[in-house]
Design a protein around this ligand. Structure first.
Ligand code: T46
Length: 142
């Protein structure tokens, strides 16, 4: 995995009535969960994201359908298929992300460590690249 990203497998409780996955802050997910949002109904060919966060930690779970995520730093990049409600992609600070190839039925659930703050976004790739190069040089990443 590239720096500041990680996959987490959730414990699934299976029984004859179906499946259940509990998710707890600072346990299953290694941060406080202050915000939850979900993305769905994304049309064919749409690509979203195109930004990084300065501070935010997030866990992305495709709870239905599938979606691909490009995660990228100035040094490396990876494309990850999310197609399992029992797996989360953790994305830490200063990682560029794009979400694409949403299946029609995809529901992408996101658990976030902070409330919404537009000032935490870096939406210009050139600005991101400059800040991220310095950040990765100076900060010990997870
Ligand atoms: C991320 C990826 C995975 C809010 O008002 N509150 C919120 O909590 C969020 C997430 C968004 N918004 C508003 C801001 C925009 O007017 O919803 C609109 C769409 O947001 P955005 O274009 O940022 O959506 P994505 O899919 O490009 O990115 C989102 C998150 O914003 C971002 O943090 O990492 O999903």
């Amino acid at each position: 995995m590239i720096k500041n990203t990680e996959m987490v497998d959730f414990k699934v409780f299976h029984d004859k009535w179906g499946h259940l996955i509990p998710v707890e802050e600072n346990a299953t997910i290694p941060f406080d969960i202050k915000r939850v949002y979900y993305i769905f109904g994304v049309e064919d060919g749409i690509r979203r994201g195109f930004h990084s966060h300065r501070e935010l930690n997030q866990a992305l779970v495709c709870v239905h359908g599938e979606v691909k995520i490009l995660v990228k730093t100035p040094e490396e990049e990876e494309n990850i298929l999310l197609d399992n409600p029992a797996r989360a992609l953790l994305i830490g600070p200063m990682v560029w992300r794009e979400m694409y190839d949403f299946s029609k039925d995809a529901v992408l659930l996101v658990l976030a460590s902070e409330h919404y703050d537009e000032a935490d976004y870096i939406r210009d790739y050139a600005v991101y690249e400059k800040e991220a190069k310095t950040w990765f040089k100076n900060v010990v990443s997870r």
